[in-house]
Structures are given as structure tokens and as C-alpha cells.
Design a protein around this ligand. Structure first.
Ligand SMILES: Cc1cc2nc3c(=O)[nH]c(=O)nc-3n(C[C@H](O)[C@H](O)[C@H](O)COP(=O)(O)O)c2cc1C
Length: 243
């Protein structure tokens, strides 16, 4: 099987080289769909992760993906964790550990993988321009979503976290994002930005700050799973007035 991302190479190598994709096929015209009130040619999209720069965005856009998410960016540069960042895993259904494997099922839809990149980011001086380049590479009927996250220090207040999210969101919107996606959940960082969705008050402050920083630009909030137990606890704590 051929893959566009080389999991044995570093993130930077993949970033620089761009996706390894075959020739651009002739695309038949699709219908018209609506996404957040905007017309798109298809509902076929790529979630935050695979597309870290304009080479990747334009490569997939040319091959018919219409909702393209620019991999999460920060207000300052952040290195990627060392390789391996992405492995295939033998993930049978159920709880418990999964193990890396190179023994892949023939049916690609049966392949599972696990990632650990740590949400690397180029400096804003790079990505603000690169988002504009990405946007210019899209055709009518394609939309660019830009994922943003804060980079809090341990002693930051909620207001500082919100301000950092809002700064990235404003730059993303200014650069041409059709939709800003605030990333509230990343299981492979240990600092506050990986868990915003679990803190109702913080999520509320961040969302208000981001909303008011991006004018009319659409906003998506990316959250993680909440167990039923946890959900019930939060609701009942809220109703007893503990906040
Ligand atoms: C290579 C890779 C990199 C990722 N990087 C990000 C990221 O930068 N920001 C983010 O919000 N999610 C990131 N993700 C998570 C995906 O957006 C998605 O939430 C996750 O893969 C679960 O969806 P799935 O089960 O359809 O794969 C990444 C996933 C992959 C596979």
C-alpha cells in the first residue's frame, strides 16, 4: 500500500516534501451541499492533522476533498515530538493497550493507527502567509477550516488562555480561513490546552473570546468524548449551585 505521509520520516521531512500522491485524476462534477450555511461541492473532508501546510492542502484539494482542515497552529513555534509520531496499531475492539504493528489488513478501511505529534506549529509569521496561500489554491465549492490552540504557561489565568486562542483565531480568519476550529481536546499534550473541553468555565471564556475575535467567520469547537458518568456529575454539580 502507498501512503502520502511517510511514518518512518520526521514530521519536518513530511512537512517539507509535501504529500506523496499519484497523478491528479479527472474529477467528475459533484452536487451542491451546505456546510455551516456555505455551499460546498461535497461533504468530503479531512479532519485536523494530515494537512500541515499549503502543499498538503492544495494536493488534497486538487484530488477532490472539499472541506480541508489546516493542522492546528499556535501563537508561537513549537517543535514536534521525536519519531515515531504515527504508527499502525493492532486495535481489536475493547478496552486495553494496543500494540504497534506493520502487519496490515488488506482492506484499508480495517487499518487503525495511533498518533503522538504534540501539536507542533510553525511560527505565525510562516503560517499566516501559508494559510493565505492555501486558501488561494482552493476552487469554488471548497472551504478551508483552520484549527487553532493556545500555548499556555503553567501560571496563566483563564483570561490569558482565552486571549492566546483568540489571537490565533483572529490571525487565521484574517489570513482567509472560511471556518476557525478551536481545538479543545488533544490527548497527547499534558498542559491546559489539551483538556479545555473538560472545564466548562474555561471553555466558556475561550469560546466568547474567540467568537468576538473573528467577526462573521464561522466557528467550530473540537471537543473530546465525555463519559456518561462524568456528564451526569457535571450536570448535578451545576444544579446544586457549586458551579
Ligand atoms: C496524523 C494525525 C495528526 C493529527 N493532528 C491533529 C491536530 O493537529 N489537531 C487536532 O485537533 N487533531 C489532530 N488529529 C486528530 C484528528 O483530527 C481526529 O480527531 C482523530 O484522528 C480521530 O478521528 P478518526 O477516528 O476519524 O481518525 C490528528 C490525527 C492524525 C491521524
Amino acid at each position: 500500500m502507498d501512503f502520502s505521509y511517510n511514518i518512518s520520516a520526521s514530521y519536518q521531512d513530511n512537512f517539507d516534501r509535501g504529500p506523496q500522491l499519484g497523478a491528479v485524476p479527472e474529477l467528475s462534477s459533484t452536487g451542491s451541499f451546505e456546510f455551516l450555511g456555505q455551499k460546498v461541492s461535497s461533504p468530503l473532508g479531512i479532519a485536523a492533522g494530515l494537512l500541515p501546510n499549503a502543499k498538503w492542502i492544495s494536493g488534497y484539494a486538487a484530488r477532490g476533498w472539499d472541506l480541508l482542515t489546516y493542522k492546528t497552529v499556535r501563537s508561537k513555534a513549537r517543535e514536534c515530538y521525536p519519531v515515531p509520531n504515527w504508527v499502525f496499531v493492532d486495535a481489536d475492539a475493547g478496552e486495553g493497550p494496543v500494540y504497534a504493528t506493520n502487519d496490515l489488513p488488506e482492506d484499508p478501511s480495517q487499518i487503525s493507527s495511533a498518533v503522538c505529534f504534540g501539536m507542533p506549529s510553525m511560527d505565525p509569521s510562516f503560517w499566516r502567509e501559508d494559510i493565505a496561500t492555501s486558501k488561494n489554491s482552493l476552487s469554488e465549492g471548497q472551504r478551508l477550516i483552520v484549527s487553532v490552540v493556545a500555548s499556555p504557561e503553567a501560571d496563566w489565568s483563564a483570561a490569558q488562555v482565552a486571549e492566546d486562542y483568540a489571537k490565533c483565531a483572529a490571525w487565521a480568519a484574517e489570513a482567509g480561513a472560511d471556518v476557525v476550529e478551536a481545538n479543545y481536546s488533544c490527548p497527547n499534550v499534558c498542559s491546559a490546552e489539551g483538556q479545555v473541553y473538560m472545564d466548562v468555565e474555561l471553555a466558556d471564556s475561550v469560546t466568547k473570546a474567540v467568537r468576538s475575535a473573528i467577526g462573521q467567520t464561522r466557528l467550530l469547537l473540537k471537543v473530546g468524548g465525555v463519559s456518561r458518568y462524568r456528564f451526569t456529575t457535571v450536570i448535578s454539580e451545576g444544579s446544586s449551585g457549586s458551579g
